[in-house]
Design a protein around this ligand. Structure first.
Ligand SMILES: [Zn+2]
Length: 506
């Protein structure tokens, strides 16, 4: 008799949605990362995502035959076009059916993905997979730390693993852990996975796993895993710019036995409850305060105005010039740099040509409800560009980015970089490539939450997290949530009783 192959199906769908961004994410958002199908996921290496690569490596090393599904990834953005998700599921499930008998599935997902018709895209995807593989196959899913772990996810996935770091440094490790759950399942038997929810959300700029209370909490979980008490842990801080009816932070513990998993989940969830205020961060500067700091700054180094509310990395539109009105009042006193997406303004600059002077109305071109446009008179077109640049690093050093046709406008001592498209703009190359040196400005605006720190901390006088409007507004109370559950901290005060008792689903 021929021994039945131990076959595992591997696929991925990764996008982080910001419900307040009105621009639907369509196929072009995914094509930039490359879309891989079937066998292509093996030959693409890290291009297909290091999470997938790590998972495949573990499965191969343990003698499993890996069958490729579809892998699609995008950056953060608005909700995903539901037609695109349907196409993904149809194609992915066809490949899954064609794979025949599989004993397991490893999925690489984000966990904070919504569409124009669903609050829970990842739950939907896992449910579709479960319907095909039935109850016998093991489903193990890797998620971002900012995943929203829903009932549908818990009911359909046997194992759930999330990044343990923020900033995210363990993309490969989470794939390895998810695959190891499958390997362990067949080697040592089923583990117990306990979930406990804490109704807390927090703005992403306000915490990190590198220091502070979240670092201590992660450390406690890590100690339990290192000591062999538990097998795996994830402490999810849900991406706060979702507006969905199920929304919470979640502790997920895998252990050999039920009692241990539940006890650890309860302990960590209660600690997470106790640090809820610390996760909200310290008070933010107003735009006026940051400008005053820049006016008084004598260090010769720039002040950084952090406009995380409009961070493309957090799924915002990148079309806000919320600080420009105030900056125009000091345009001859301090040198400033800012960037905005505005196609019409770029077209106008190209029509005028370098050296041309005109009146530009900038901003609020994509999300007119979130911010207001600002009119700039007598702006000179300083330079025009094709918009391609290469990151200086340290993160993603050398990677190519393309923000489309780009113009630099000058009014007084203010330089405004206007482009067709946006991208995470925390890398110094984002300005440098277009003739703007952030190191020699008095005030530089950066649309990012945390990613810019590695580059900017080295040369800036002060970094000011600033209260600005936008789809990723750091003051969550300023956003028009419609569907979120109640109570949810920080909107409502909560008690220890709102931490859900640890529960095992499968
Ligand atoms: Zn994340």
């Amino acid at each position: 008799m021929i021994k039945k192959a131990k076959r595992v199906f591997v696929f991925g769908f990764v996008q982080e949605s910001n419900a307040f961004n009105p621009v639907l994410a369509k196929i072009d958002a995914f094509e930039g990362f490359g879309i891989y199908r079937g066998e292509e996921i093996f030959s693409s290496g890290a291009h297909c995502g290091v999470t997938i690569e790590g998972a495949i490596q573990v499965l191969n090393e343990n003698g499993y035959e890996v069958v490729g599904g579809v892998v699609m990834r995008a950056g953060s953005g608005g909700p995903v076009d539901s037609a695109l998700i349907k196409e993904f599921c149809d194609e992915n499930l066809k490949l899954l059916k064609d794979a025949g008998d599989v004993c397991g599935v490893v999925a690489s997902l984000h966990g904070a993905t919504v569409s124009d018709t669903s609050f829970d895209v990842c739950g939907d995807i896992l449910q579709g997979v479960r319907e095909v593989v039935g109850e016998k196959a093991v489903i193990s899913a890797a998620f971002d730390l900012h995943a929203n772990i829903t009932e549908k996810i818990k009911v359909n996935a046997d194992y759930v693993c999330g990044y343990q770091t923020y900033p995210h440094l363990d993309l490969r490790e989470v794939g390895i852990r998810a695959a190891k759950r499958v390997v362990n399942h067949f080697k040592n038997g089923k583990s117990s996975v306990a979930y406990s929810h804490v109704p807390v959300i927090a703005p992403a700029h306000a915490y990190s796993t590198e220091k502070g209370k979240l670092n201590s909490l992660m450390g406690r979980a890590k100690d339990m895993a290192t000591a062999g008490v538990i097998e795996d842990y994830s402490i999810f801080q849900v991406q706060p710019w979702l507006d969905v009816n199920e929304m919470s932070a979640t502790v997920v513990i895998a252990a050999k036995d039920e009692d241990t998993a539940k006890r650890a989940a309860e302990l960590l969830a209660k600690e997470l409850f106790s640090i809820r205020a610390d996760l909200q961060g310290s008070p933010l500067f107003t735009i006026e305060e940051v400008i005053d700091i820049a006016l008084e700054n004598k260090t010769g180094k720039p002040i950084v105005l952090v406009d995380s509310a409009d961070s493309p990395n957090a799924g915002a539109c990148g079309d806000s010039v919320a600080m420009l009105e105030q900056l125009l009042k000091v345009k001859d006193k301090i040198s400033c740099a800012l960037a905005v997406i505005d196609k019409n303004a770029v077209d106008k600059a190209f029509e005028l040509g370098v050296g041309g002077v005109g009146t530009f109305t900038l901003g609020a071109s994509l999300a007119p409800k979130l911010t207001k446009p600002v009119t700039v008179e007598n702006a000179t077109v300083k330079s025009l560009h094709d918009g391609v640049f290469y990151l200086f690093g340290p993160q993603e050093k050398g990677e190519r980015r393309d923000i489309g046709k780009t113009a630099v406008l000058k009014v007084g001592k203010i330089l405004i970089q206007v482009s067709y498209y946006g991208c995470a703009n925390g890398d110094k190359a984002f300005y440098h490539t277009f003739g703007i040196n952030p190191e020699t400005t008095d005030l530089v605006c950066v649309k990012a939450c945390t990613s810019f720190r590695a580059g900017y901390e080295t040369f800036s006088a002060q970094i000011c997290n600033t209260q600005t409007p936008g789809a990723a507004a750091p003051v969550l109370q300023t956003l028009p949530y419609e569907y979120r559950p109640k109570p949810l901290y920080p909107f409502e005060e909560i008690t220890i009783d709102s931490v859900t008792a640890p529960k095992i689903y499968r």
